[in-house]
Write a protein that binds this ligand. Structure first.
Ligand SMILES: [Mg+2]
Length: 301
């Protein structure tokens, strides 16, 4: 069942079409001129519009053009209705964005069949758009942890950096690495390593705000972007995260494990940091320092 807006000034044919379509389970809204039709298209968000070509004041072409100019209505499929006595300029209508034509008076079967086809096409189109959205989303994600991936992290950070610079906002980057991960993988195997990584991904999500951005940066490395966070604020988050990881019991089958992380923090503005690449580089240097200074600690650049 679909919600159909019928814009038609004919007091004879419009009610008949409404009756036919209502009988088939569709909800039909009637508008008797172009202006009322445009209003209804905006307020009712119909699945489809049946649009009479010949109407006083504003004809079907004009209504169609206006529908296609408006963001909230431009995606709604439009079928033009023409009577045999008023031959339509079909090319013009199609150029205006109409999907199809139907001649009045209607054959009941044809009206129902065409409406159903276009409702079905609209559903398929929407399902496809949703699939594409999901695929796009998956392409930006790391399969194991569900966090964003390395490529998307760089894309995001370079945009964020430009914005932070333009609006003089502070922006912090955290890089963290699991301590002794090689020894860990050698002792327990990669399957356990995966459990550790996905647990760590969840801890990171718990530690940051929803508005912040977390990614799996590399094998055992993660990266976080903190918005509007100056250095003390970023170090505070990093330290909380480090503590949460240290405290977290990681269960894998019969084993219970603990890991620790080393964390590097870099914050813009900073006299040496002029682009997003440099921001990551500085966070990486701080991470290296955290490792050098004994691991399971936070250092900032
Ligand atoms: Mg008419």
């Amino acid at each position: 069942m679909a919600k159909i807006l019928l814009i038609d000034d004919s007091r004879l044919i419009a009610p008949v079409a409404k009756t036919i379509l209502t009988k088939r389970g569709h909800e039909v809204i009637l508008a008797q001129d172009g202006l009322a039709g445009l209003e209804a298209a905006k307020s009712e968000r119909p699945d489809m519009i049946l649009l009479d070509l010949t109407m006083p004041v504003m004809d079907g072409y004009q209504v169609c053009e206006k529908l296609k100019q408006e963001d909230s209505t431009k995606e709604i499929p439009v079928i033009m209705l023409t009577s045999k006595a008023e031959p339509a300029d079909k090319v013009k209508g199609l150029e205006m964005g109409a999907l199809d034509y139907m001649a009045k008076p209607f054959d009941e079967g044809e009206l129902v069949a065409r409406v159903n086809i276009h409702v079905r096409l609209k559903e398929l189109r929407e399902a496809l758009e949703e699939k594409n959205r999901q695929l796009q989303e998956m392409a930006n994600r790391d399969g194991l942890t569900g966090l964003f991936n390395h490529r998307y992290f760089h894309e995001q950070l370079s945009k964020d950096f430009l914005r932070a610079r333009r609006y003089h906002e502070s922006l912090s980057c955290i890089l963290l690495d699991i301590d002794y991960s090689k020894k860990f993988n050698d002792n327990y195997g990669h399957q356990t390593g995966d459990v550790v990584l996905s647990t760590l991904g969840r801890v990171i999500e718990e530690a940051i705000r929803d508005s912040d951005f977390a990614a799996r940066y590399g094998g055992e490395e993660f990266a976080v972007i903190l918005y509007h966070a100056d250095q003390p604020a970023a170090v505070h988050v990093a330290e909380r995260l480090r503590q949460m990881v240290e405290d977290r019991e990681i269960h894998d089958k019969d084993k219970m494990l603990h890991v620790t992380i080393s964390v590097g923090v870099a914050t813009f503005p900073h006299e040496e940091i002029r682009d997003s690449k440099k921001l990551i580089e500085c966070a990486d240097k701080a991470l290296y320092k955290a490792k050098e200074n004994g691991r399971n600690r936070v250092e900032s650049y």
